[in-house]
Design a protein around this ligand. Structure first.
Ligand code: IFM
Length: 444
């Protein structure tokens, strides 16, 4: 008897994003993005790495689609490069770019894999940045036009459209901490960018609803924030941290207001009606979960004995955090259906003498997170799918190619793709789960 909570129509997937895998950064009419500019600025990425070639996915689409199918995935999450389909972020469209995404979507459908699209995964057209980027309110309207065009174009062929991926990271790492494009260090600017990302989400939802029935949502990176000790200072620190990373985005989206707490950034400037747009109903919330945040007013904040292990990124491996996070959100919000849109770990993967990539830590990571997810679902959290981050090793932003998150190993010299042990394990796990879910349904 299969005891899992995963229903027959559960989306079993893996995820990537355009700039991290596509390469072909200046091919076939694509315009430059802020990540092209940032990664080519000396000192911004480890080893000066950039996404010019990345996994060359743009040119190896058919092979990669076959690999996705071989893994038995029934869903695939990817993002659209805005400057590939609209080089300046306004005005004319680039037919070659639209054709590429048509081939991707149709290739998935032909293989029985549901396309889950994200419209913005951080690669803003440089031309819009030159006009002020996300600090300029006009960018929100350009984004809504872009969203509407794509929803018209493929809204009848995709399973879901998310507007943004991780607006916290795009706004704060890019504009407060300066470690992502466009590389600013300005609290007021970071706050305004966050607000405009949210506003552009609302405007995009409004415009896409007019042209498509497809489920619409947004993807947030969320972590439970745990006080390192019972001291009042640490408890307050944990609350402040969740207010900043989580509620600063969740509250306007799901409650129509920013949290009234002291944040690392001031509140943004708003116009009448902004919050109504931001809180327009969504059909799903994507959650990217990687680690929990230990919070303390002391430094260092992480009591070493508490850690179960860390990934190459230095992130704590804490599967229970997924259960804690989901059940907490279910208690605190009127939560729409959820996708786990990213979850995974970077390991120091190497190719062994037998040609295989043995990554037992990643296998344990996935299994334990799926167990935590299943328990949260058993307690009533409505989860529609799980997307492993990532389908393949790729360009990990400021860390360049030094971090390997993939189920598929990439040899960047030859572009050879090899399934890691975790890929084969995930394939078998999915097959078992789907078989079990079908059996269970037949018995009802
Ligand atoms: O690689 C990123 C991805 O682009 C967004 N979420 C986190 C991943 C790992 O850092």
């Amino acid at each position: 008897m299969n005891k899992s909570q995963f229903p027959v129509d559960f989306a079993w997937g893996a995820a990537t994003s355009a700039y991290q895998v596509e390469g072909a950064a200046f091919a076939d009419g694509k315009g430059p993005s802020i990540w092209d500019s940032f990664s080519h600025t000396p000192g911004k990425t480890d080893g000066g790495d950039h996404g010019d070639i990345a996994c060359d996915h743009y040119h190896r689409l058919e092979t990669d689609l076959d690999l996705i199918a071989e893994l038995g995935l029934n869903a695939y999450r990817f993002s659209i490069s805005w400057p590939r389909v609209q080089p300046d972020g306004k005005g004319k469209w680039n037919q070659s770019g639209l054709d590429f995404y048509d081939r991707l979507i149709d290739g998935l459908l032909k293989r029985g894999i549901a396309p889950h699209v994200t419209l913005y995964h951080w690669d803003l057209p440089q031309a819009l940045q030159d006009d002020g980027g996300w600090n300029n309110r006009a960018t929100c309207y350009r984004f809504a036009e872009y969203a509407c065009k794509l929803a018209e174009h493929f809204g009848d062929r995709v399973a879901a459209i998310a507007t943004h991926n991780e607006p916290f990271v795009a706004s704060m790492l890019g504009n407060l901490f300066g470690i992502h494009a466009p590389g600013n260090n300005d609290p007021q600017l970071a706050s305004q960018v966050a607000h405009h990302l949210l506003l552009s989400h609302g405007l995009a939802v409004q415009s896409m609803r007019k042209v498509t029935q497809v489920p619409l949502g947004i993807v947030l990176n969320l972590s439970p924030c745990t006080a390192a000790t019972a001291s009042l200072g640490d408890q307050q620190d944990a609350k402040r941290r969740f207010d900043f990373v989580g509620r600063f985005f969740l509250d306007p989206l799901l409650r129509g207001a920013y949290p009234e707490s002291e944040l690392l950034v001031p509140l943004p400037q708003m116009e009448a009606g902004d919050l109504e747009l931001i809180r327009l109903p969504i059909d799903f919330l994507g959650i990217n979960y990687y680690f929990r945040e230990w919070c303390s007013t002391d430094t260092p904040p992480i009591p070493a004995p508490c850690l179960q292990g860390v990934s190459e990124m230095g992130w704590e491996v804490y599967p229970e955090g997924l259960y804690e996070l989901l059940t907490q959100l279910e208690r605190d919000y009127e939560l729409p259906p959820v996708y786990i849109s990213e979850n995974g770990m970077a390991c120091a993967d190497t190719v062994s003498a037998d040609g295989a990539i043995h990554d037992p830590r990643r296998i344990a990571y996935i299994e334990q997170h799926l167990d935590a997810l299943s328990r949260a679902m058993g307690e009533g959290v409505s989860v529609r799918g799980y997307f492993h981050w990532s389908l393949m090793d790729n360009f990990e932003w400021a860390k360049g190619y030094s971090m390997r998150f993939g189920l598929i190993h990439i040899d960047y010299q030859t572009q050879q793709r090899t399934f890691k042990d975790s890929a084969l394990w995930y394939r078998d796990y999915i097959q078992r789960e789907r078989f079990g879910a079908k059996q269970k349904e037949a018995m009802l």
